[in-house]
Design a protein around this ligand. Structure first.
Ligand code: ADP
Ligand code: MG
Length: 728
């Protein structure tokens, strides 16, 4: 029998990996000492900048005042000095193009001088503006190739940072990226615009409540990041993982996550070392990582930072994903951020915890002890309820991507239907509002544990519901549909904009009643009552995974946008386009561009998967099956010659031959649909991928799984699920 012992070598290598192979490092420094040491933070600025410059920079950062360009030279000088002290030789404008990742182009500080030598130079202009050749970034048609110019512009509200490498360091300056016509080609610009829209509307609302000490309202985000770690020995033997980030083949192992023993289980030593390293680097870059634990699936983990202002949180999220990917290699691991690396095993999301905060330190979604008489909280909470109901489609579209389709709507967390989990206490209060004046709040009682040695714990007013895509969790909402690999920017652009619009509407409604001489409390109550009557259909506290909920949601008239294309079709629908335009977040062209890019990325993602799938089927799986057929056929002949009746082998031969037949037929079909793009426009191509290519790929995969279970283990050419998930 032909042995393919390569796979066993791989397992042996993965198994024998030892922590002692990595150089010992001391990663236990005092957090206070290292936190932010690689960022150009306030402390450094205080040390290096003249008082007046510092003051005006601080006004820009805290109050959003425009920065005097004359100051840029002074800041640039200080920044360069600091960066060079930390070993930087280069600087880069760091930005977030619409690919969803980050981009950088490094320039050296070195400038030749008249004497034939060189000096380190970095001017105010270098700091403020860059001009990357924009033509290779997606623009969704905004920028024709003849107008390839694009600009990056310094975002002084996000601190510059230093990325170290083996041989040096680079100063990274967070920037926004726009076309030369001023249209946003990135994720930062709309995020900042949406935060401003919310700021304006929330301040209007706070004026109703006679809150006068607030000069700025900003949104806050803390994103819990899920990810998988696999040994790199396995990774490199899987062309699908290398090329597409997910396994396109692989039968479900006899043991998956059924035992539920991984979640919060003790963290394997190698993984813990990795996590410690990631945290250490994050701290130095000012990323406030806070928690770490095992997730539900074997091989799956989570890391979560402390929440920050959304703009910073989005930048930090990108930095953290980069650190996670880079650091894994040091430990012989690969960090998979794909939404669904393993079929049949839990996918990875990024729970986007969101709230609104004032510069006076108030969380607008903090209910307090007695939420029923906290009308201000109820007002903002009602605005979120209205926003999510009115723009369910936008929220769904904000997280639409081919990879995320494997989670959303695929009987997994969370469903594609947008709904809100409010919990018992708040649902009860809103029901009271609908009936009349709210009189009470269901209390948070004490939880006795039945033993005198254990303390009594304060019980939360509501239990958790992990099946809801949008849940109130105490003093924030948690949007759970965001995918693990996605930038959190666009989902937050949508959240901020739709909530700004709802606050705007509710505020105006109250104002109108006040003008008609209705007393404030009565006006407020009337408006909240109306909101809840109109939008309570979006509230659902039950199990979001069930078939009944699908039917119930349909009865309530909620959207159920099952895949990316259905969702993106809604994104640029005219009502949504008007919303973005009204709040100056995205103009029609900018929105159209985003929809176009989403279609294009969908097409490309599936197309690459299909090519990879066909290639692996043809060159790895089919040959393995054919080798086995040959072995079986040979055995039959030899047995017959020896006068033995090879009944069992003949049966096996027939079975495997049947599978190979089916496999070849399915593969040919995949090759045919792959050869065709379905049309010329990106829309036609995207639909072709969804309707023809994906099903053909799935058919090939299904038979491959049967072959995986039928072929000799030492003949199977790919690391299998149980190896990748359980060898740590
Ligand atoms: P859990 O999800 O278990 O309730 P936490 O309360 O620790 O966990 O919060 C999870 C995430 O929510 C963390 O990233 C945390 O920083 C973030 N978070 C907490 N409060 C807020 C807030 N006001 N705004 C945005 N994110 C928040
Ligand atoms: Mg959470």
């Amino acid at each position: 029998m032909t042995k393919n012992s390569r796979r066993y070598d791989v397992i042996a290598a993965a198994k024998s990996w030892s922590l002692h192979d990595t150089p010992a490092q001391q990663l236990t420094a005092d957090i206070n000492e290292i936190f932010g040491e690689h960022t150009f933070n306030m402390e450094v600025m205080r040390e290096k900048l003249p008082k007046d410059v510092l003051q005006s920079l601080q006004d820009t950062i805290d109050k959003g005042k425009p920065l005097d360009p004359k100051l840029a030279d002074v800041v640039a000088m200080a920044m360069k000095e600091w960066a060079v002290e930390h070993g930087s030789t280069h600087f880069t404008h760091w930005f977030q193009p619409l690919t969803g990742s980050t981009a950088e182009k490094h320039d050296s500080f070195v400038t030749p001088n008249a004497g034939g030598g060189a000096v380190a130079k970095f001017s105010g202009k270098d700091l403020i503006q860059g001009e990357p050749d924009a033509s290779s970034f997606p623009s969704g048609g905004i920028r024709a190739t003849f107008e390839a110019r694009g600009y990056t512009a310094w975002d002084p509200t996000s601190p510059a940072f230093i990325i170290k490498n083996h041989h040096g360091a680079t100063l990274c300056i967070p920037t926004a990226f726009a076309s030369w016509t001023g249209e946003a080609l990135d994720n930062k610009i709309p995020l900042l615009r949406s935060m401003e829209a919310l700021n304006q509307q929330a301040q209007r609302a706070l004026a109703l409540f006679e809150v006068t000490n607030v000069h700025k309202v900003y949104t806050t985000v803390g994103a819990e990041q899920e990810y998988f770690l696999v040994d790199e020995e396995f990774f490199y033997r899987r062309p699908d993982l290398v090329t597409t980030g997910r396994t396109l083949f692989g039968a479900k192992p006899p043991r998956g996550q059924e035992l539920e023993d991984h979640y919060f289980g003790s963290i394997p030593e190698r993984v813990l070392a990795y996590m410690t390293d990631v945290e250490y680097q994050s701290y130095r870059l000012g990323v406030p990582v806070k928690t770490r634990h095992n997730e539900v699936a074997p091989g799956q983990y989570e890391i979560a930072p402390i929440f920050e202002n959304s703009n910073l949180a989005a930048d930090h999220q990108q930095i953290m994903m980069q650190i996670m990917k880079n650091t894994a290699r040091k430990y012989g691991l690969v960090c998979l951020l794909h939404e669904k690396p393993f079929a049949g095993i839990n996918g990875s999301g990024k729970h986007n915890n969101w709230s609104m905060s004032t510069d006076s330190g108030m969380n607008l979604l903090e209910p307090g002890e007695t939420p029923h008489d906290n009308m201000q909280f109820l007002f903002f909470c009602a605005a979120v309820i209205q926003a999510v109901d009115e723009y369910q489609d936008l929220l769904r579209a904000s997280v639409a991507a081919a990879a995320n389709d494997h989670r959303l709507g695929a009987n997994e967390a969370p469903p594609a239907i947008m709904s809100i989990f409010l919990g018992d206490q708040l649902t009860d209060i809103f029901e009271q509002i609908e009936r009349g004046k709210p009189e009470s709040s269901k209390s948070k009682d004490l939880l006795g544990l039945g033993s005198p040695v254990l303390p009594h714990l304060p019980r939360h007013a509501g239990d958790r519901n992990r099946t809801s895509p949008f849940a109130f969790t105490g003093n924030k909402f948690e949007f759970r549909a965001v995918g693990a690999s996605q930038s959190i920017s666009f989902p937050n652009v949508v959240l901020n904009t739709i909530v700004a619009a709802a606050i705007d509407e509710l505020t105006s409604a109250v104002e109108t009643k006040l003008q008609a001489k209705m007393p404030f409390e009565q006006a407020l109550h009337a408006v909240l009552k109306e909101v809840i009557g109109k939008h309570k259909r979006i509230i659902f506290n039950g199990d979001g995974y069930t078939e009944e909920w699908q039917q119930e949601a349909a009865r309530r008239g909620l959207f159920n946008l099952r895949n990316t294309l259905e969702a993106v079709e809604r994104l640029h629908e005219s009502r949504n386009a008007k919303l973005f335009e009204k709040y100056h977040v995205l103009n029609a062209r900018e929105l159209e561009a985003r929809a176009e890019i989403m279609f294009d990325q969908y097409f490309k993602t599936v197309n690459i998967e299909a090519e990879t799938s066909a290639m692996m089927a043809q060159t790895m799986i089919l040959p393995a099956a054919v080798r086995y057929l040959h072995d079986l056929a040979t055995t039959v002949n030899v047995a017959k010659q020896s006068g033995v009746n090879p009944n069992g082998v003949v049966k096996t031969l027939n079975e495997v031959n049947g599978l190979v037949d089916e496999f070849k037929t399915a593969l040919d079909k995949l090759l045919v649909v792959n050869a065709d793009l379905g049309g010329d426009t990106v829309h036609e191509k995207a639909y072709h991928m969804r309707d023809k290519v994906l099903p053909a790929m799935n058919a090939v995969r299904a038979i491959a799984s049967k072959l995986e279970k039928a072929l000799p283990d030492d003949n199977w050419p790919l690391p299998v699920y149980s190896e990748m998930l359980f060898v740590k």
